[in-house]
Design a protein around this ligand. Structure first.
Ligand SMILES: [Zn+2]
Length: 335
């Protein structure tokens, strides 16, 4: 484990600065999946350090909190930026994607055998990485926003318990979209390597299906999915709204990147979304006691117009604001 010493030293520093409790530092050296904790720490800590100059978030640390609850937060405290993953969240992701998930039936049903053959890792591992990326870049989005709420911990209660505040809903969808950009960039880096930059419609569809399916499984795994659909309530938008917004902006962004590369996509975005739902439905067959995907499809079809209207309302409120993470991202890309 290459990074454990650096991790423990940096976490101790956070405790000395009274940013975290000494007892809450999760020492993963003997944990199940210790190597995964270590590899993730190394990757994301370096990522944060690379972002210091671009986003003025120095110094920033990744921290694992020794808590069983499935959660994560971003915080600025004592002039330090922190992204915290609860041990419970990491463990949940490891178990779900690395031990329980089996994509073979879905791959077979949608005829992705040729694409999967070219990957250098099992698809389940790649989908797991999409989910950890999603959490990390979403939290990084909160650091980049530097909103007032960052001074108290910005928790990701996926059930969104707490009072409604439209600004918070704006910040959440902004952090999701910031995260979607990075996930797509990673997706293309990976695709460039395994597909040798040779993108057929089928390969693009496959990549979008596994990315969207990962986020669907991730978001629908937690408490909020059982709540009836709501709009202006709670701290976070309803998971169904977040998934819909994530999928839409991911597809739009990917089409845009392809255009810049001179590649035209001849598949209808709607058919990609439908395939992502079919794929998710098949691969999660043995994952949940009840079936959140069926419920998601039902909510989405039944309330499509209201969901889209609410996403557009939040999008309109984000327009022309240069303090949000996405506008800062766009700025760094332009420069
Ligand atoms: Zn958030």
């Amino acid at each position: 484990m290459e990074h454990i010493e650096q991790y423990l030293a940096k976490s101790k520093r956070l405790a000395d600065l009274k940013i975290v409790d000494q007892q809450s530092i999760f020492d993963y050296s003997d944990a199940k999946f210790a190597e995964e904790y270590d590899a993730n720490y190394g990757f994301y800590q370096k990522n944060l350090e690379n972002a210091y100059d671009k986003y003025l978030i120095e110094p920033a640390s990744v921290f694992y909190r020794s808590s069983f609850s499935i959660n994560a937060y971003a915080e600025k405290s004592n002039e330090n930026y922190v992204i915290c993953f609860h041990m419970g969240l990491m463990h949940y992701l490891f178990e779900t994607f690395l031990e329980k998930l089996d994509c073979s039936k879905g791959v077979c049903e949608l005829n992705y055998e040729e694409e999967v053959e070219l990957l250098d890792n099992p698809l389940e591992i790649i989908m797991y990485q999409v989910c950890v990326h999603f959490t990390f870049y979403h939290e990084m989005g909160h650091l980049v926003q530097k909103s007032d709420s960052l001074k108290s911990k910005l928790y990701e209660s996926l059930s969104g318990e707490g009072n409604f505040n439209i600004e918070r809903h704006i910040l959440e969808l902004d952090a999701d979209e910031f995260s979607a950009r990075f996930i797509c960039n990673h997706m293309f880096l990976y695709g460039d390597r395994v597909f040798n930059e040779d993108y057929s419609d089928k390969r693009i569809e496959f990549m979008l299906v596994y990315v969207c399916s990962s986020i669907l499984i991730y978001m629908l795994s937690f408490g909020g999915r059982n709540l009836p659909l709501y709009y202006k309530e709670r701290t976070h938008p309803h998971p169904v709204i977040r998934v819909m917004s994530f999928i839409t902006m991911t597809v739009i962004y990917v089409v845009d990147v392809l255009k810049q590369r001179g590649i035209e996509l001849n598949t209808e975005p709607k058919s990609i979304v439908d395939k992502a739902l079919i794929f998710t439905n098949i691969v999660t067959e043995n994952l949940y006691e009840e079936d959140p995907i069926e419920k998601f499809i039902h909510e989405k079809d039944e309330h499509q117009a209201e969901i889209v209207a609410y996403i557009l309302e939040l999008k309109a409120l984000r327009e022309n604001r240069n303090d949000l993470a996405l506008s800062k991202y766009d700025q760094t890309v332009k420069n």
